[in-house]
Design a protein around this ligand. Sequence first.
Ligand code: FAD
Length: 598
Amino acid sequence: MALTKEQLEEQKKDAVELLFSGPQTLGFAKAMFFGHFRHELLFPYPRLSPEEGYHVEKAITDLREFAATKMDPVAIDREAEIPLDVVVGLGNLGILGMTAPASFGGRDFSQLAYTKVMEAIGGICSSTAVFVNAHHSIGIRALLLFGTPEQQKRWLGPLCHGSQIAAFALTEPEAGSDAANVQTTAVPSPDGAGYILNGEKRWITNGGIAQVLTVIARTPGSGGNRKKEITAFLVTPDMPGFEVVEKRMAKTGIRGTATGRLKFTNMFVPKENLLGKVGKGLKIALTVLDFGRTTFGASCTGAAKVCVEAACKHALSRVQFQQPIAEFELVQKKIAFMAAHAFAMEAVTSNCASLIDRNFDDYMLETAMLKVWSTEALWKIVNDTIQILGGKAYFLDQPYERMMRDARINMIGEGANDVLRGFIAVVGLKPLGDYFLKLQDAAWHPWRGLPSLCGFAWNQVKRRLTVPEVPVASAVLKPWATSLGKRVRQFALAVQRQIFRLREAIITRELIHERIADAACELYASSCVLARLDALLQSSDANTPEGKKDFLTGEYYLRFSDNRIGSILADMDGKLDSATLAAAENTLSIYRNGSQTS
Ligand SMILES: Cc1cc2nc3c(=O)[nH]c(=O)nc-3n(C[C@H](O)[C@H](O)[C@H](O)COP(=O)(O)OP(=O)(O)OC[C@H]3O[C@@H](n4cnc5c(N)ncnc54)[C@H](O)[C@@H]3O)c2cc1C
């Protein structure tokens, strides 16, 4: 049943409170909605310092040596378990506390350095990548960002070392994509010493094996309207009332991870275990997910590179119709897509990591875009690899069916992609909508608002005439920079047109959100690729055989993406939208009210 106007208003108010409270800056993505190109956030392309580069190289070499003898992705998948000696080994290699300060036993790696290691893990074993992600990127991260010094001192040491495992428990039967709908309650205990938790969590990675869990629960409201709030707690499994209902749920992919169901019955959690402030649980969840999504991008890059290599080797060696299948255009088309997207994925991941490292406070759209765009590109890459390998890929002595099963979760976990598309579009539109509201107000009060109105009129003229500057150092990239600038301008004008056309109703028009989000993802990815190519051409690698190949790969991505952006913008109104919705309703109506049984 559709929501009432009041319910929609309430949802909108909560979302604005969550996403737009505190100081607001325009990050790269939000600025694109205004037709700006904030090049200083992307250029120069982020690189590791020589010293950190050395440590990363060493960490990856050690990881690969360890993996060659100890990590068997086939066995991990078959046994549906990551063996203890792998967990201990990863801990000894410092991978389980990589970005934590050395004073807590971490390795002090930057986010950029960490993504390089996560890329390597993603190319070896997706189960292990997700395990590390849940433990480190979201588990430990919550403690690092929001824990008190006492909490950090108590828990970070064993977590960084890997003698304890972390988990992040948000999802519940009634709270999936709608994370704000958590039903687990946390009520202050009568003596004021803590909270009593009751509820269930499901599908929690590491949930049944973790020693420290961040648990998101609903606390009674404290404000004037006493609206219920959402709060984060640090929970340990030795707390009476903590129950592991199911430790390892059987599942499609990333089978080595322990995905658990948990139940809390009158579980007392001392108030010292509050994580962050009361009422800030969702903000904590969203912030932590920014980190998780960045490492998602890294592990997708690792898996994509493995596919590129496998597909090329097979295409060159498999002969059909008296030719290697690499000679056929439809095989070449797939390989071009794979290589270009693997190259671009690395560029976008590095940019997101660098935004985090440089302490910018607005990168939630960028990390969401990385997640949506890279996980879908990987899905296609794995599918194309399977197609190129043909029947061979279908057999279990090959890794591709496992890679396919493993890749599927990426589009569901840490925010389902379609939900994130809405998030990207609406959060991107909001500052622009606010700007227009201010103008509307100015139009009602023409004298007071005259400066705003004149500014708007001037901006309109300027935007139609000028293309935002996309500065590149390499002359050969200038035409690409100009066409990217033109696309950003077209995007802003198209988005603005939708706001004028639909006004408030745009908030619920998901088909338009999808096109806005997809165009924004492509623009962002192209921008990151351009920055990467510019850095490449300015470096000593430019004239090496690898450098030249990388250049062509990246340039193809720019070409491909420009084409895609053009198609999306050309149909921003959505010629098929009404017919699509009517067709869906036609089919849904057959099953409404249980009128049809199969
Ligand atoms: C293997 C695995 C590991 C996980 N690990 C964790 C973990 O460690 N911690 C944790 O808290 N959670 C975890 N999860 C839960 C995961 O984050 C959720 O599955 C995810 O948030 C989506 O929720 P849902 O599956 O309930 O889908 P639902 O919310 O039921 O959505 C189903 C589908 O409906 C569509 N949809 C829903 N809402 C909208 C909308 N507004 N607009 C358009 N389409 C929409 C989307 O297509 C979506 O895919 C894990 C899940 C799995 C499968």
